[in-house]
Design a protein around this ligand. Structure first.
Ligand code: FAD
Ligand code: NAD
Length: 481
């Protein structure tokens, strides 16, 4: 058995592991990254990038289909599933190639292939036979999709997770999507617009990560109007019928029972941290009742141990930029250990690439309520917003929250046009601690979707009753400029 002694061992070469490597390597050359699966990261291989490629194809189809509203007639829209999936995979492989190249540029001595597990707090057994003895360890093992017990046995390869979708050679005829979270909404909408018959099953009436009940209603009225959805499902039983089709029997809480059949079932019901198989009980770290370690997000450290946690495996915000930040913080602290530094975190920003898009910035409505904060709300509907209407993107709403007394902007939720961009502006303001007045004093061009944000901020400022009422709507494109 080969034994390797290192200052820092990083388990997982995903986004968090790669950034941890770069940060730790600034402190020591004696480190190793252990990767059991393929190089290339979840984000590039089977996550962010291929899903956005599929969504881009769907947007192209949608735009062509709806061009006639502008007097532009593109003719019959024909979707070639092979060409769609060919571009998705080709571009995806290009992104993955860049990631793999950067890992392979690391010194060979810094790379180990195989799955690792703890033998003792400082010892890892890698399944290539190497024993790694490490002074500090970063766990950056990512997450895996949840699949209800029994579904794999019942459906075999007719049960899909996100990875499978991006391996398709062509588009299927029909897919049942279970889960109305981020993956469910993004992939269901994309497949639907690409001509696949899609039906979404949700165990509640909630769509995506929105926590504001007013916006949940808006999301159901917009996204829900385009997609076939069965919500509030109490029980769902999938099986394979005689012709190898997925047969789904569902029952909603109001007692309605229904049966439908599909080519595939896509499970999009959340992701769990990849901790199974790490034998964490040998790591000497505190675990909670569910066997999970609790981590300080400002240091990446588990308790007062020499072990750090970074990325999706933290089971908090499973987002790319958070995984990269986690990796940087954990890697730097593992490198400089024991002189661990406390690092600030960014304001929250989550975006769903649905249509209309969803964005959450700063504190969510649910977080404000849970913290018992005193706040006011400003709102705009995009139904009559000038630029949104020009582009025929006039659906959705934005709600902004400000602190009573101080006028500080706290956060916002939105389902509407350009949410991916407006979400950034709002997250930056939340992080800077801007007041609502600071935001209103900033420039707004005309005519842009951001003028809708200004309408919401003006309403919020009136609710906060801190200053003289701001001027009324933009007169060039009332009523809700
Ligand atoms: C379909 C989909 C779409 C997404 N879209 C977006 C998006 O648009 N924007 C966004 O911000 N986020 C998105 N995400 C989330 C984002 O992809 C993740 O937050 C991010 O990739 C997590 O990075 P990570 O380093 O924690 O995990 P990973 O990249 O999964 O890396 C973990 C690595 O650890 C390895 N590993 C696991 N166990 C062991 C072990 N015992 N020994 C050795 N190696 C091990 C794995 O093989 C893997 O390579 C999406 C996710 C999915 C699934
Ligand atoms: N645009 C992005 O940033 C992006 C895109 C895709 C994925 N992601 C990341 O990946 C994570 C995982 O995505 P996801 O959509 O799988 O999770 P999610 O947490 O967003 O949604 C899970 C959904 O499944 C439902 N659900 C849970 N258990 C269920 C069950 N047993 N039966 C039926 N429904 C059930 C939940 O109610 C929820 O609607 C996201 O939380 C996100 O962090 C991000």
């Amino acid at each position: 058995m080969k034994t390797l002694r290192t200052d820092v061992a990083i388990i997982g070469a995903g986004t968090a592991g790669m950034t941890a490597y770069r940060a730790a390597a600034a402190h020591t050359d004696n480190l190793v990254v252990i990767e059991g699966g393929p190089y290339g990261t979840t984000c590039a291989r089977v996550g962010c990038m291929p899903s956005k490629l599929l969504i881009a194809a769907a947007e192209a189809a949608h735009t062509a289909r709806h061009a006639q509203a502008f007097g532009v007639h593109a003719g019959e829209v024909r979707i070639d599933g092979r060409e769609v999936m060919d571009r998705v995979r080709r571009e995806r492989d290009r992104f993955v190639g860049f990631v793999v190249d950067s890992v392979q540029a690391w010194p060979q001595a810094h790379r180990l292939r195989g799955f690792a597990r703890f033998v003792s707090p400082h010892e890892l057994q890698v399944d290539d036979g190497t024993r790694v003895i490490a002074d500090r360890i970063v766990i950056a093992t990512g997450s895996s999709p949840n699949v209800p017990r029994g579904w794999r046995a019942a459906l075999g390869d007719k049960l899909l997770i996100n990875d499978d979708v991006f391996a398709w050679q062509t588009l299927p005829r029909s897919v049942a999507v279970v889960g109305t979270g981020i993956i469910g909404l993004e992939l269901a909408l994309a497949l639907h617009r690409l001509g696949v018959r899609v039906r979404v099953y949700g165990r509640s009436t909630r769509l995506g990560p929105l926590t504001d009940p007013v916006l949940q209603d808006v999301a159901r009225a917009t996204i829900g109007a385009e997609l076939s959805m069965t919500l509030d499902v109490e029980a769902i039983t999938p099986s394979l019928d005689a012709s190898e089709q997925v047969r789904i029997v569902s029952r909603t809480r109001d007692g309605h029972q229904d049966t439908d059949t599909f080519d595939f079932l896509l499970a999009a019901i959340g992701r769990h941290p990849n901790l199974d198989g790490l034998d964490l009980e040998n790591a000497g770290i505190p675990l909670d009742a569910s066997g999970l370690p609790s981590v300080d997000r400002n240091t990446g450290r588990i308790g007062d141990s020499h072990i750090f946690l970074a990325g999706d495996v933290q089971d908090d915000l499973q987002l790319l930029h958070e995984a990269a930040d986690d990796g940087r913080i954990a890697g730097d602290n593992a490198g400089r250990f024991p002189r661990v530094r406390v690092r600030p975190r960014r304001a929250r920003l989550s975006i769903v690439f649905s249509d209309p898009q969803i964005a959450l910035a700063g504190l969510t409505h649910a977080e404000l309520l849970a913290a018992g904060m005193r706040f006011e709300t400003g709102e705009v509907s995009f139904d009559d917003q000038g630029r949104s209407r020009v582009m025929l993107k006039n659906q959705g709403a934005l709600r902004v929250y400000g602190e009573s007394g101080s006028g500080r902007f706290l956060g916002a939720e939105m389902v509407g046009p350009a949410a991916e961009h407006i979400g950034h502006l709002l997250a930056w303001s939340a992080q800077r601690g801007d007041t609502v007045q600071d935001m209103l004093d900033s420039p707004f061009y005309h005519p842009v979707v951001e003028e809708g944000l200004r309408t919401a901020l003006r309403q919020l400022q009136r609710q906060l009753a801190l200053a003289a009422p701001p001027p009324e709507l933009c007169l060039d494109c009332a009523p809700a400029a």
